[in-house]
Design a protein around this ligand. Structure first.
Ligand code: AFP
Length: 356
């Protein structure tokens, strides 16, 4: 007697690679952002795999000169490590023959690089290839932050002006977090998903289909070594969150790694706030708008959180240059609002002080 098998009811797959997910979105929304984005995300994932492999041995390489020699200084005056220079080249190579990418802005290059003027090249990628590079030699967390900006039209044009003037809005963004595992977190404007690199399969596999940022948190991430160089509102805020009040989960815990991606990731998943304000040494803040603050702002908003410069939303980005810096306050909506409240309350007395 033969066994009777019933056809299983269709369901969403529980094991899904990034490539499969991208194809799925393309099928569901033909003609949209996904058409341009899918090949580019696949290329970016490839670059991330190459970087993950290199980062794994970076501490070793750094301990053995001459590999550890510094790479110089980048366009915004920051020191470049050997890994910064290598990572920039990996990204350039990954997109070298792309017909979908019109241009590329990297923290490590002075100018935007034009890649294609073809009629399928609608996207501009802004990227920080290695975020937190001072963590390299100590085997600490590192990241890659990226944002895809979509042009209104294709063909030749002044891409830098299009970005700065807001004519190429941010349509997708994400980061790669090189920690105990390599995690790719991204959004194309319909929620936030994460994918973990499975080294045996060589694939990014979906591990979280819909990340939501908790509305509140009880931790903060900031370089409080600069406390007395900050806006007085922020100094009062630190005093406030250090007071004991169990009803409002105070005192908050400090969690700061020196890598924005790692600190932001914690806030996104667990709740809390990361901030890097302007101070006496960084009149406009330290972080870069197009490839650090704005992409993470896009993600956090997609996850129900908030991002501002302490007064106004980060998005849409307002800039004078592609390497524009900005203050950043980002994370759980209520925690960002609390900082904005302290800044606003201290404002009239500090109108002439440096901006947040
Ligand atoms: P590096 O990539 O130059 O190490 O800078 C990292 C970063 O842009 C960001 O990832 C950190 O949150 C922040 O700077 C750390 O800056 P401080 O060392 O001034 O705290």
């Amino acid at each position: 007697m033969s066994a009777q098998y019933s056809t299983p009811a269709p369901r969403s797959p529980t094991i899904l690679s990034l490539a499969q997910h991208l194809r799925q979105v393309e099928r569901e929304r033909p003609g949209g952002v996904a058409d341009d984005l899918s090949p580019l995300m696949n290329q970016l994932a490839f670059a991330a795999k190459v970087l993950a492999r290199e980062i794994n041995r970076a501490a070793l390489a750094a301990a053995a000169p001459p590999q550890s020699v510094q790479g110089g200084t980048n366009s915004t005056g920051d020191d470049q490590t050997r890994l910064d220079v290598y990572a920039n080249q990996v990204v350039l190579d990954a997109f070298h023959r792309s017909t979908r990418l019109a241009g590329l802005v990297s923290e490590e290059m002075d100018e935007l690089v034009v890649l294609s003027e073809g009629d399928r090249a609608r996207m501009i990628l802004c990227i920080d290839p290695i975020d937190g590079s001072s963590n390299t030699e100590i085997n600490g967390s590192l990241g890659t932050i990226f944002g895809f900006y979509r042009r209104e039209r294709t063909g030749p044009g002044d891409l830098t002006a299009e970005l700065i003037e807001g004519r190429a809005p941010l349509v997708a963004a994400g980061y790669v977090f090189y920690g105990s595992g390599t995690l790719l977190v991204y959004s194309q404007g319909e929620g936030v998903r994460s994918f973990l690199l499975d080294r045996e399969l060589g694939e990014f596999m979906m591990c979280h289909p819909d990340i939501r940022c908790p509305e509140e948190g009880d931790s903060f991430a900031a370089n409080t070594g600069r406390l007395y160089e900050w806006h007085p509102g922020l100094q009062r805020y630190i005093h406030h969150i250090s007071q004991r009040d169990p009803a409002t989960r105070r005192p908050y815990s400090l969690r700061y790694s020196g890598a924005l991606v790692a600190d932001f990731h914690r806030c996104l998943l667990r709740g809390g706030v990361y901030f890097y304000p302007s101070d006496r040494g960084h009149a406009e803040g330290k972080l870069r708008l197009f490839y650090e603050s704005a992409p993470l702002a896009f993600l956090v908003e997609q996850a129900g959180g908030k991002a501002s410069d302490g007064r106004s939303p980060i998005l849409p980005p307002r800039a004078r240059s592609i390497h524009q810096r900005s203050s950043l306050v980002i994370g759980s909506a209520r925690e960002v609002e609390l900082i904005e409240k302290f800044v606003a309350e201290a404002e009239p007395k500090t109108a002439s002080a440096w901006t947040i």
